[in-house]
Design a protein around this ligand. Structure first.
Ligand code: SR1
Ligand code: MG
Length: 404
């Protein structure tokens, strides 16, 4: 990466204008750096006259959220662009189109989704997306099934997993999600109003035993090519469209980690709504979120079962009842990982705007306590979970408990 340097807006325009067939010849282009995530630069380049536009995403050699003291591999840009191509083949309407990848600049040029909104933002503003569960259920089922031993050649899968060895980004997850929240880490960000419950995590050895098992699963269970960071900030939506972005954390890991991420972020928003909406609006938004949590799993399961019936050729994986057994275990993993994801967004590094954006401290702390209690309960119950309805019920119960 000898030519690597962070681009200026002018350079982003120069590079974007070399892409054939998008902008008019000699067009005057405009550019804004719009990256508001934790890690990368994102340039929006447009041709005001025609309205055509494109996104250039460039990896920085450090974690932007912390600064240059936290170096980070640029190889994540390759991983992201390759994962996007695989996901585009498997779930074409559910990811942005990639136009080009320039390895020496760790730069991916892709479809501009400005006609969509980030799901986290939409939910914070109280919007409902009735087709989202079906879309994400399909995305999860197709990307997980067809990159796993169920749905792809098992030797090719081993070779493919080699292209997605992602040690530095996995280490972020191993530390930030599975370790820091349970110890007095300098990375942690804890609202003083919830210090008692945050500290209690550090001495809860039953909880930590479960987290150790889930962390070990994350380290060792290479079931499928995961997105690896599938929170609601990694999903663009409209009422009729869903696009999953940002798979730079992609690696071969446990399927429940991706499904749990989606459910955890819906549950975080559920807890946050108490500090945002009132009366009938609050009731309706929470009904929508609760139904969506169930529907995401049900849609996933339905698609996964049908892919298994039509595309799984492995004689033993087709053995009677094996799929039922696999999905039962996957549901349990999903509960556990959802719980870990909720807890890290409350006491670890990199919180979520759903909850941190609640200005009133009492309401914010109440939402944080509800999310923490939900996360703890999901982790503790995960080995006994049998239906997705239990996840919804835990989130409702723990939230009600804080709001009484
Ligand atoms: C240092 S990176 C912090 C977080 O941002 C990403 O979106 C991941 O969720 C990561 O854990
Ligand atoms: Mg991201």
């Amino acid at each position: 990466m000898s030519n690597y340097h962070p681009l200026t807006e002018t350079e982003a325009i120069e590079i974007a204008s070399t892409l054939p067939g998008l902008f008019s010849a000699g067009a005057k282009l405009a550019c804004r750096e719009i990256g508001d995530g934790n890690l990368n630069l994102v340039f929006h380049v447009s041709e005001p006259k025609t309205g055509r536009s494109i996104i250039l995403k460039q990896a920085l050699p450090y974690a932007k959220v912390v600064g240059e003291s936290w170096p980070l591999t640029l190889d994540r840009a390759r991983i992201e662009s390759e994962a996007l191509q695989i996901q585009a083949d498997l779930a074409p309407r559910l990811v942005p189109k990639v136009y080009a990848y320039i390895p020496e600049l760790a730069l991916t040029m892709m479809e501009d989704l400005s006609d969509h909104v980030i799901l986290r933002r939409g939910l914070i503003e109280g919007h409902q997306y009735l087709e989202f569960a079906a879309h994400i259920g399909q995305f999860l089922a197709r990307t997980l099934f067809f990159t796993s031993d169920f749905g792809m050649n098992q030797q090719q899968k081993k070779i493919q997993s080699g292209r997605f060895i992602n040690p530095e980004l996995c280490k972020i997850t191993e530390d930030l999600i599975f370790d820091d929240p349970y110890t007095d880490s300098p990375n942690n960000q804890i609202d003083p109003g919830i210090m008692d419950v945050a500290k209690a995590l550090r001495s809860d050895h039953e909880l930590q035993r479960h987290v150790a098992k889930l962390r070990y699963g994350f380290l060792t269970k290479g079931q499928a090519l995961l997105h690896g960071d599938l929170h609601t900030g990694s999903i663009f939506v409209t009422k009729h469209s869903t696009k999953v972005i940002d798979p730079e954390f992609a690696f071969y890991g446990p399927m429940g980690f991706d499904i749990g991420a989606v459910l955890a972020n819906l549950a975080l928003n559920f807890a946050a709504q108490g500090g945002r909406a009132h009366g009938q609006t609050l009731i309706e938004m929470r009904e929508y979120l609760a139904e969506t949590m169930i529907s995401v799993w049900e849609q996933f399961e339905q698609h996964f079962r049908s892919l298994w019936a039509t595309h799984c050729t492995d004689r033993l994986l087709r053995e009677a009842n094996f799929l039922d057994h696999f999905l039962a275990e996957l549901l349990q993993d999903t509960f556990g990982y959802a719980g870990c994801k909720m807890i890290r967004r409350i006491v670890g590094l990199a919180h979520v705007a759903d909850i941190d954006g609640i200005e009133d401290q009492t309401l914010r702390n109440r939402a944080q306590r509800a999310a923490l209690a939900s996360g703890v309960a999901l982790i503790k119950i995960h080995p006994q979970a049998t239906t997705i309805h239990e996840l919804r019920d835990i989130v409702i119960r723990e939230t009600n408990c804080q709001e009484r």
